[in-house]
Design a protein around this ligand. Structure first.
Ligand SMILES: [Zn+2]
Length: 373
């Protein structure tokens, strides 16, 4: 639904505590195809009340903006303590009115479903963008949870950092340690921003080289230059750390994010994952989550759908089942395929429907080695 020809209407991105909206939840995702204008954003925040530590909610919100600014070094997020109209006139569920606000409310401009007991979102962010930049973003905290925001340590801060991530154009992440995970646990975090969050920030606003799990440069099998990028890694702690050496008993999850070439915006296709064993034998991940032998890399089966809209989307390449996510594919391809003791290299790629057989891929693999002992 397009309110007008220059502006796209982002779906509200509820942060649910109990039930999640249907559909895929996205390692990091870039749900909006453009960045903030001049890497800057100014909020008008009206947040009466106080946090458990005695600071005002407004001060708490400002400190949440610093979580992103300190991590990126190029973002300029500001907030003024000022009450402004949140909603577009005469339109339910739409905040687009040219003013970016932060507020408490019991509805999204008259739309009840996100904040009532069916979604129970802690907060949501609605973002509007044009051809080149995000032009408005409104954050609404669920008024019904205000007593919890006032009493539960860290709760408001973490939710605010998450919602500001949506303002930056980030979608939800499958990485459990990510602040952008759809179901954010209440309580203190080891670090506010995970490696996955920092990579989303680096890919969108910094230099992708700053992402420690960037899978090299992007290449195309057609030989043409591409701006496609691939990010991913293997973890046994939900994405707090990524590593390449494992023990046989480790429950490994491999997360991947596929960042489209900028010229592939709006185009659909397929995700591909190819694993290479030490003897050169190939395996492909299929849509059902399982790896099966692959004859050659000319015709690679789909590992999932490359959706048209996100400019970057994720895939749990391997791991235990997530709610509403890919099937479980544990314990590991090594165990399933008799590859224990070897090093397996996992490459990420995608192709477009309009050009099947042309693959865009990351130059470096995710490497997994594990001992036999
Ligand atoms: Zn969210």
């Amino acid at each position: 639904m397009l309110p007008n020809r220059f502006s796209s209407f982002a779906p509200a991105l509820p942060l649910a505590v109990a039930l999640l909206p249907a559909g895929p939840v996205q390692a990091f995702e870039l749900s909006i195809p453009v960045p903030l204008r001049d890497n800057s954003h100014a909020f008008h925040a009206h947040l009466p009340g106080f946090l458990p530590d005695g600071r005002s909610f407004f001060q708490g919100f400002v400190s949440a903006t610093h979580a992103w600014m300190d991590a990126s070094g190029v973002l300029n997020l500001s907030a003024t303590d000022e009450q402004r109209e949140v909603c577009r006139a005469n339109e339910t569920g739409n905040t687009e009115n040219g003013v970016s606000t932060v507020s408490f409310a019991e509805t999204l401009c008259g739309e009840l479903s996100y904040f009532d007991t069916s979604f129970n979102a802690d907060a949501l962010t609605q973002t509007h963008w044009g051809s080149f930049a995000i032009i408005e973003s409104d954050i609404i905290f669920n008024e019904r949870f205000k007593p919890d925001f006032e009493t539960v340590q860290h709760y408001f801060h973490n939710v605010a950092v998450h919602e500001i991530g949506h303002t930056l154009g980030l979608g939800h992440s499958a990485v459990q340690a990510s602040i952008m995970v759809a179901r954010l646990a209440r309580g203190e975090r080891n670090t506010i921003l995970s490696i996955d969050d920092l990579c989303a920030l680096a890919v969108r606003y910094g230099s992708p080289d700053e992402c420690p799990i960037l899978l090299g440069q992007g290449y195309s099998t057609s030989g043409l230059d591409t701006s496609a990028l691939f990010v991913g890694g293997a973890t046994i702690d939900g994405g707090v750390t990524f590593q390449s050496q494992f023990s046989p008993s480790d429950e490994i999850t491999i997360y991947g994010t596929f960042v489209k070439d900028e010229f592939h915006r709006g185009r659909g296709g397929n995700l591909h994952v190819v694993a290479v064993a030490e003897d050169g034998s190939l395996f492909a991940r299929h849509v059902d989550g399982y790896f099966r032998p692959l004859a050659d890399v000319v015709d690679i089966p789909s590992a999932g759908e490359l959706r048209t809209r996100p400019s970057a989307q994720d895939l749990v390449v391997l791991g235990s089942r997530h709610y509403s996510r890919e099937p479980s594919v544990g314990p590991l391809i090594g165990a399933e395929l008799g590859l224990q003791g070897q090093t397996v290299l996992v490459y990420l790629a995608y192709s477009l429907h309009e050009a099947p057989g042309v693959y865009y891929y990351g130059g470096e693999p995710i490497s997994l080695s594990w001992d036999l002992e």
